[in-house]
Design a protein around this ligand. Structure first.
Ligand code: DLL
Length: 433
């Protein structure tokens, strides 16, 4: 189902016109109401009168996470404080959190963006949505909740954790749709298997998963274990939370809600647009927000635009599922490695579970050493050691050829790598650099 065909299937020209009008308004508003932006624009000698086309956005300044941290808690506010009705913050582990403040209109935009997102994953008013994203300052829980309510579905506001209760409610209330991080979906599937619950026999047939990197193979694993369709959804606190981009039934890239959030892809080194279709850093401008609107926010997420028409009929641009972040890239002995590459290489190997941990150390010789811990399927583990050793050597070989670096593989028993109810932690970097 397309939630808002008028906006999601608009002609490119009509959308561009709308985006340009909103961009001009935004620049005007930020100049008048946010001293941080006025200073930046003055430094570049630019005003809203310099914006004639959407391409002129390149004249405008970027916003970075550091800018937001420096303006914590309320320096980015673009409207009177008494108009704010809700606040969310990122779950960042270092430094100050980033803050998103919502007026009632911003909440309405979010409800709209998330209704489009869940509808992309097949949600209708007849669905029973078990929402296991965390509730609280994190945007996941409330975002999915608002979207499902906007569609008119029934919401089970479970939040994350307490897996036994999740499984009980799922069976007793006939959940038809699941929303949570992909790693928690897999964890729940493991617990279900342990408890003798066959998820494939339940009415649950679809889910919208995001908030952390996951791969095509992880999708296949979730789809197989639950007997469901698993859709990728993307967003970030700074821009609105979830609801920025989402997959449709074609599962070929994520449609960006680009009438609300204007996307660009830049070369992270030069800050210039990359040629259309090339990989780079994703940048968003919030076109219609009131509380904490942002201009050209550098997400550090890496993707590319997919411009070919989509079979679903939506005309919004799609972005490829994320390749990683400019800041989660590991540099191992001078080679750039993304955890997603390791994950991708791993999933093709039979006998392994989709659970892994990358541990990076700087050894006695001052060289970087990587240990990749991989869970092995139970049947494999109870087998003879020769078979395990062959698997270990095989994984090391695959990694060497795919990543161009040697790493040590340690095979571990099922369920030994710590599970997460929120975002999974895949890398431990012990190097003090
Ligand atoms: O994770 C919002 C969200 C909630 C998205 C629920 C989807 C579902 P933050 O905590 O601010 O917000 O983290 C945002 O998480 O910049 C990406 O690096 C990463 N991320 C989010 N969705 C995906 C995804 C929420 N589908 C940061 N694939 C973003 C890969 C994702 N990474």
């Amino acid at each position: 189902m397309i939630f808002n065909p008028e906006h999601e299937c608009m002609s490119t020209e009509a959308r561009k016109k709308l985006q340009l009008a909103n961009l001009k308004n935004l620049v005007e508003k930020l100049y008048t109401d946010v001293p941080f932006y006025r200073k930046k624009m003055d430094a570049l000698g630019i005003t809203s009168r310099d914006i004639h086309t959407l391409e002129d956005i390149e004249k405008l300044p970027f916003t970075t996470k550091d800018d937001l941290r420096e303006n914590y808690p309320r320096g980015m506010l673009a409207c009177p404080k008494d108009r704010i009705v809700e606040v969310h913050m990122s779950s960042g582990t270092t430094g100050k959190p980033v803050v998103d403040e919502y007026t009632q209109k911003d909440i309405d935009i979010w409800r709209e963006a998330m209704a489009r997102t869940l509808a992309g994953g097949g949600c209708t008013k007849d669905d029973i949505v078990q929402n296991c994203y965390g509730y609280g300052l994190f945007t996941g829980g409330p975002g999915a909740h608002y979207g499902a309510m906007n569609i008119g579905a029934e919401v089970l506001p479970m939040s994350s954790g307490n897996t036994a209760r999740q499984l009980m409610v799922m069976q007793d209330f006939g959940t038809t749709m699941l929303t949570c991080t992909p790693s928690y979906a897999l964890y729940m599937a493991e617990e279900a298997a342990e408890a003798g619950v066959d998820l494939k026999t339940l009415p649950l047939n679809k889910g919208c998963f995001g908030a952390e990197p996951w791969s095509e193979n992880m999708r296949k694993e979730i789809e197989a274990r639950y007997g469901m369709k698993a859709y990728d959804i993307y967003g970030l606190t700074e821009i609105i939370g979830p609801g920025v981009a989402f997959e449709c039934e074609a599962q070929e890239g994520l449609h960006v809600n680009e009438d609300l959030f204007y996307p660009e892809i830049i070369n992270p080194e030069t800050g210039k647009h990359v040629p259309r279709g090339e990989k780079g850093e994703l940048v968003f401008t919030t076109l219609t927000k009131e509380g904490t609107p942002l201009l050209r926010y550098r997400t550090r997420d890496i993707t590319y635009f997919m411009d070919e028409p989509c079979s679903c009929g939506r005309t919004t641009v799609r972005m490829h599922r994320l390749f990683g972040r400019t800041d989660d890239m590991l540099i191992i002995r001078g080679v750039n490695v993304f955890p997603s590459q390791i994950e991708h290489a791993l999933f093709g190997i039979e006998g392994t579970e989709p659970q892994y941990l990358i541990v990076v150390n700087r050894g006695d010789t001052h060289l970087d050493e990587v240990e990749l811990q991989v869970e092995v399927k139970q049947e494999f583990f109870s087998d003879e050691t020769k078979k395990l050793e062959a698997l270990r050597t095989k994984i090391e070989g695959v990694m060497k050829s795919k990543l161009q670096i040697g790493l040590k593989v340690k095979l571990v028993e099922p369920k030994t790598i710590e599970r997460s109810i929120g975002k999974a932690k895949r890398v431990i970097d012990n190097r003090k650099i």
